[in-house]
Design a protein around this ligand. Structure first.
Ligand SMILES: Cc1cc2nc3c(=O)[nH]c(=O)nc-3n(C[C@H](O)[C@H](O)[C@H](O)COP(=O)(O)OP(=O)(O)OC[C@H]3O[C@@H](n4cnc5c(N)ncnc54)[C@H](O)[C@@H]3O)c2cc1C
Length: 240
């Protein structure tokens, strides 16, 4: 796996009160208040192991855990985290995260969803996609349907949200080239739409990474171009 400068990782190490040498078996006790709220529309579990959620297979437990199936669940999670003053972490495929063995003393939301209903065609070549949707599946679907711009995505094992967050790219293409806008929810639970110009994309970077009040990316709208040979081009990329 080619990591390092090509795909800058997001190290996440925020557990409070644990010595650097702590290992999984010696986790400090974490608070376990009952957070489940019917109004949130989501089930909250406790102490999920982060190593099970990331490609590296490393990481201690989080205090609270939610699985988001639809963008609306992310809004509920943001509001729940706010109402309980919990640190919040949104995780896609975990293919660009490195967790500490000390874990995360807060709420982790696993945002992986293969629900095709979260992909909505909003115009010719324009598609609005839930952030938990697999980026590689989106790349293949759009290429098969003759739309160009996301051919490179066919080989990237992340989610749509993760790709926008870090401007994923490969084979001379990058996410920024085809993003039209991104819908986000902030830590107050308020939803707004950011245009491409607000995102100030750079190499494996977007302004989302420094947005202090960002809770979660909800959807990404892409603008693609007609490309009858997109699938062939994608196959060539995948064979490299
Ligand atoms: C085998 C392999 C091949 C790879 N090839 C490439 C490649 O060719 N090109 C490339 O650019 N990268 C590549 N990567 C890196 C990785 O797949 C990409 O960076 C991908 O975009 C990460 O998406 P993810 O959903 O896994 O994000 P995660 O690893 O889950 O999260 C990464 C960061 O994004 C944040 N985030 C994710 N989703 C959201 C959301 N909805 N709202 C707010 N924040 C969010 C997380 O909090 C975290 O800080 C590769 C990784 C692997 C393991």
């Amino acid at each position: 796996m080619a990591m390092g400068s090509l795909f800058p990782l997001h190290p996440i190490s925020t557990a409070a009160g644990a010595a650097a040498s702590d290992r999984l078996l010696f986790l400090p006790p974490l608070p376990t208040p009952d957070l489940a709220e019917p109004s949130a529309g989501i089930d909250v579990g406790n102490r999920k192991l982060l190593r099970d959620l990331s490609t590296f297979g490393i990481g201690g437990a989080c205090s609270f855990f939610i699985e988001a199936i639809r963008p609306a669940h992310l809004i509920s999670a943001a509001r729940l985290a706010r109402s309980r003053s919990l640190p919040l972490l949104i995780l896609g495929r975990g293919s660009n995260c490195l967790f500490s063995d000390r874990g995360f003393d807060g709420l982790v939301v696993l945002n992986r969803s293969s629900i095709d209903e979260t992909v909505e065609v909003v115009g010719p070549g324009r598609v609005r996609v839930g952030s938990g949707y697999p980026f590689n599946r989106l790349g293949v679907r759009t290429a098969v349907e003759g739309w160009g711009g996301l051919e490179f995505a066919g080989g990237i094992p992340g989610t749509v949200g993760g790709a926008a967050f870090m401007n994923a790219g490969a084979n001379g293409q990058e996410t920024a080239e085809v993003v039209e806008s991104v819908e986000v929810v902030n830590r107050e639970g308020e939803v707004r739409v950011l245009g491409k110009e607000d995102l100030r994309f750079g190499y494996r970077w977007s302004s989302l990474q420094e947005m202090d009040d960002l809770a979660a990316i909800l959807t990404v709208t892409f603008r693609l171009r007609p490309a009858p040979t997109a699938r062939n081009r994608q196959r060539e990329f995948l064979e490299r």
